[in-house]
Design a protein around this ligand. Structure first.
Ligand SMILES: [Zn+2]
Ligand SMILES: [Zn+2]
Length: 245
């Protein structure tokens, strides 16, 4: 993953590197790749063994059923949720910069990790979504931040996969943080927080891939998937760059 995806004359590259040295998104040291070699070793991809439904990582040393207790208890409205990495270390730094320091260019550098997560997962690589739907920000937060990080990631991924991005969901209210709430409270916290922009929803039964930056408790993605299902969407999967636990 090069910092400049387009080809430049080598001399021009040297000149640009001198003016704007490409930096590691994790430690800010010089690096032509999005993460330097040292930070790359600190990234922990999430893969098997994990819950087939919500993607929760399982202890590789313990026997585990294919589905976690939470999903057995209540089947999620999505077929599968997956995340590229654990939310920690250099990726956590990069996502924080991406969201709060207006480093919108990071979307293009981080989105290839989403494509890699699809490629290495059996369910997602077979899914072939008809639309990518970003998790929306509330209007007030969008205005403050100036951009929706999930939409930027979805656009980059959509361009590389050749799948259209559809901003089907709107957030009706700014939900308080989910930290410290139990599962029931988290679900109630976001219940009804999303409405569908019906005018944009043309295909009943469409397979949709939801895109967000971080899977925190999963309540937001569940509620988004639920809203899409009620509106007539077909199968839904979810994909994030990182997962909190
Ligand atoms: Zn680094
Ligand atoms: Zn699960």
């Amino acid at each position: 993953m090069k910092s400049r995806p387009f080809a430049l004359h080598p001399a021009l590259n040297v000149f640009l590197d001198a003016l704007f040295p490409p930096r590691c998104a994790g430690c800010f040291e010089w690096s032509r790749d999005v993460f330097c070699a040292r930070c790359t070793t600190e990234l922990r991809p999430i893969g098997a063994p994990q819950c087939e439904m919500c993607g929760a990582p399982f202890d590789p040393l313990a026997y585990s059923a294919p589905i976690c207790a939470e999903c057995r208890d209540k089947t999620p409205p999505f077929l599968a949720a997956r995340s590229a990495f654990h939310f920690e270390g250099p990726l956590r730094v990069a996502i924080h910069r991406f969201k709060y320091q207006e480093k919108t260019a990071l979307a293009g550098r981080l989105a290839p990790f989403l494509a890699q997560a699809i490629a290495r997962d059996a369910i997602l690589s077979d899914f072939s979504p008809q639309a990518l739907v970003p998790v929306p920000l509330h209007r007030a937060r969008h205005k403050k931040r100036g951009f929706n990080q999930s939409l930027l990631l979805a656009r980059e991924l959509g361009a590389s996969l050749g799948v259209p991005v559809a901003e089907l969901l709107k957030r009706t209210r700014d939900t308080p943080p989910q930290v410290g709430l139990n599962r029931k409270q988290r679900a109630e916290n976001v219940r009804g927080a999303f409405i569908l922009d019906a005018a944009r929803f043309e295909q009943n039964g469409a397979r949709i891939l939801l895109i967000d930056d971080v899977f925190t408790t999963g309540a937001t993605l569940r509620e988004c998937a639920r809203s899409l299902k009620i509106a007539g969407a077909g199968e839904i999967c979810a994909l994030t760059l990182a997962r909190l636990n």
